[in-house]
Write a protein that binds this ligand. Structure first.
Ligand code: PHE
Length: 449
């Protein structure tokens, strides 16, 4: 199986998997969700859901992947016990491939905005005013160009494969990401208004904590943030060495992702309130905090503008941060359909990446051209409806379809003494009963609107 590729070290895997998990969802989704849903109350609910549901589900994907040494479709088919579960496996695997391809098609648009804004700051500092104002204006030609550029970068990295592409760029980009984030936090916290932002983020309003909508949002956020349900973590799991303890690395990925989301909140919310203190509007007509794309490309640039010359540098650092975070996630998305095609159709990685990458670029450009009609629906369909449901099926595969012995054997690889851990005692029960039931309960709420 040497030709499938494998991460060369634990650090390499961690950076790649954390790179997939840490993305726009952490920096853009988590803080605004928290701010609009009762601040630290959301944080608490989120923590409960991440460690109670999303992390066990992450483990399910990693375990299936490493056991099967294959893409999601083949892996799930391999666990089947009969024709029905085999068909179910095929269906879930393909639904994951389709979902993640659609996620990439909207993610690349936002990734493109981040690139455009990252280029804008140097253009302005160099006095290229016409270029700068073109880059600032939200228009189809700009969005299409940078969308394609972002997809191009994603394609280039995936073409290079697991070690020379995913791992190499993960280990380079992730540490820089953390460094830039810490510097930005340190700077923003010194500005006027920052403490109000901290208060909005960290003082809990428990009256909202049990609101079903809050729980639905938090679960969706947790699944999106850990890249679950679509076969991404499964495929990364399939590249982990047999000598590695899955329960340890899985735990680390969840902890890294959650810490990063928490840190991002320390940047974004203070930054928004600093913007407010400088006269930028951060609440919409209903009095809710501006969330979604509007936050990043409207409020923050307005804030950077108020900072004079320094604003240019900060803006550059911030949007480079966003672009890197987006890129280490987008590569993990593209890897899912590419691995499938390479492994089942015998097409070279090079050609498969180019072909699928171009197809997704075309879908993405179609969304750019029909943004108002398509964007929100694609986001909702993939992240709110599809991801948790597919996550539920992964749990069912591990808890009910796969023979328990196989699951336990996989856990023992690379982890002497795992039988004595709490994880070993609880997780199999958990993934069989608690995870499916809890996801289902939240899902029913979602369907009932
Ligand atoms: N986890 C990524 C983020 O937070 C998004 C993602 C979703 C990546 C699904 C891969 C698969 O931005």
């Amino acid at each position: 199986m040497a030709d499938r590729g494998e991460f060369s070290s634990r650090f390499g895997f961690l950076m790649a998997a954390a790179g997939s998990a840490i993305g726009l969802g952490n920096i853009w989704g988590f803080p605004t969700n928290a701010a609009s849903n009762g601040g630290a109350a959301f944080l608490l609910v989120y923590l409960v859901l991440v460690f109670g549901l999303a992390w066990p589900a992450l483990m399910a994907e990693l375990i299936i992947g490493r056991h099967a040494q294959a893409n999601a479709v083949r892996a799930l088919q391999g666990l089947a016990r009969g024709p029905f579960t085999r068909r179910l496996g095929t269906f879930v695997g393909f639904a994951g491939i389709l979902t993640v391809s659609l996620i990439l098609s909207f993610y690349a648009i936002i990734g493109g905005w981040m690139l455009a804004w990252a280029v804008e700051a140097p253009a302005r500092l160099l006095g290229l005013d016409a270029v700068s104002s073109w880059l600032r204006t939200d228009a189809v030609p700009r969005n299409a160009l940078f969308d394609a550029l972002f997809m191009g970068l994603t394609i280039l990295i995936i073409m290079a494969g697991v070690r020379n592409g995913i791992e190499k760029w993960g280990t380079r980009l992730m540490p820089s990401l953390i460094l830039i984030l810490l510097c930005l936090i340190a700077y923003v916290l010194t500005l006027e208004g920052a403490m109000d932002g901290l208060a909005a983020y960290l003082i809990p309003d428990f009256s909202e904590a049990l609101d079903p909508q809050l729980i639905i949002n938090a679960l969706g956020q947790a699944f999106f943030s850990l890249s679950l349900g679509v076969g991404t973590m499964l495929i990364y799991g399939s590249y982990i060495s047999q000598r590695e303890s899955l329960s340890t690395v899985g735990w680390m990925v969840a902890a890294l992702d959650t810490s990063f989301a928490f840190l991002a909140g320390l940047l974004i919310l203070p930054a928004m309130y600093v913007a407010l203190a400088s006269g930028v509007e951060i609440f919409d007509a209903d009095g809710a905090l501006v969330a979604g794309p509007g936050l990043i490309v409207v409020v923050l640039p307005a804030l950077f503008d108020t900072m004079g010359g320094a604003g240019g540098f900060i803006s550059f650092a911030f949007f480079i941060l966003m672009s890197i975070a987006a890129l280490t996630s987008s590569i993990s998305m593209l890897e899912v359909p590419v691995a499938y095609v390479v492994e089942t159709r015998g097409i070279s990685r090079h050609r498969a990446t180019l072909g699928i990458g171009m197809l997704i670029t075309v879908i993405s450009l179609t969304i750019v051209a029909n943004f108002g009609v398509l964007f929100d629906s694609v986001v909702t369909l993939t992240t709110e409806y599809s991801q948790p449901l597919l996550g539920l099926f992964f749990a069912v595969f591990v808890g009910w379809i796969w023979h328990r012995k196989g699951v336990l054997e996989e856990l023992q690889k690379g982890h002497a003494g795992v039988e004595h851990t709490l994880f070993w005692k609880w997780w199999p029960f958990y993934i069989r009963y608690i995870c499916p039931l809890a996801i289902l309960a939240v899902y029913v709420q979602l369907l009932r609107g």
